[in-house]
Design a protein. Sequence first.
Length: 301
Amino acid sequence: MTDPGTQEQLALRSDFGLRLSNSMKQYGPLCVGIDPHRRLLADWGYDIDAQGAELYAMRMLQAANGRAAAVKFQTSMFERYGSRGYAALERVLFAARQMDIITIVDCLHGGLSTTISAIADAYFKPNAPMLADAITLLPYYGARSLGGVIEDALNNGRGVFIASLTSNPEGASLQTAIRQTGEYKGKTVAYGIANTAQKYNVEVPGLGSVGLIIGATIGQWLQESGVAPSSFTGPILSPGYGWQGAEAHDLKTVFRGTHGNVLVTVSRAIAEHGPNIQSLIQATESIALDVRLALMEETLD
């Protein structure tokens, strides 16, 4: 018989995946990206400073609330303003928690395990100043270097998304490079990352809490990577739809055979309709429907 303490720990480690799965079932597979670019702040008539970024983020939160499964904050867009920017990010994360919106902080942290252990204090623990439901990670110090951070996330009921197949044009040459040694010798770098992430999800019923980042624009080299999104049981965060050029047919190509675990992030294609809140809401609802239909058709194929 499983010890009650063990059962509680297992439930905590699967908590993020369960909450995200429920949110996606309720609101669909859209994640609203909150990226206060300078040009957008200027177009909206906001000052290009920390306060402008905060006002922008709050309005995007209003549009996403009840219409998207999650929101994603681009850390660098706040970091550029120094301590005031980080304070603004803390406040908008707090506001999102009050709205009960799932939050992802796109900080793309990575490094030696000894140097990134402090991430849990910043993002995962109950009194963390920038408490978030999940963050993004870079695995290029070696996927196993992230083990401590991943464990910290899971043990606090949080999740992570690890970059595997990114949308940037230079990504293919690195991510499809063949590993020369180690457990995944003869396989691509991306394959090793995806399989390392999947190990955390194997024993989890339903959606796991350790996810991947797979861009919607990588269809032309998906097969070369050896990665099979349809066999991954954690959440997949997918940038690239809309402003970066991906369309519905790209989602169908890359995520053929997946089972409701793809979260499509869209930022500027929504934000260009602001700052009018009704226009932002209409854009959010329209894109949410488009993404839902595209992925629904693929799931049924």
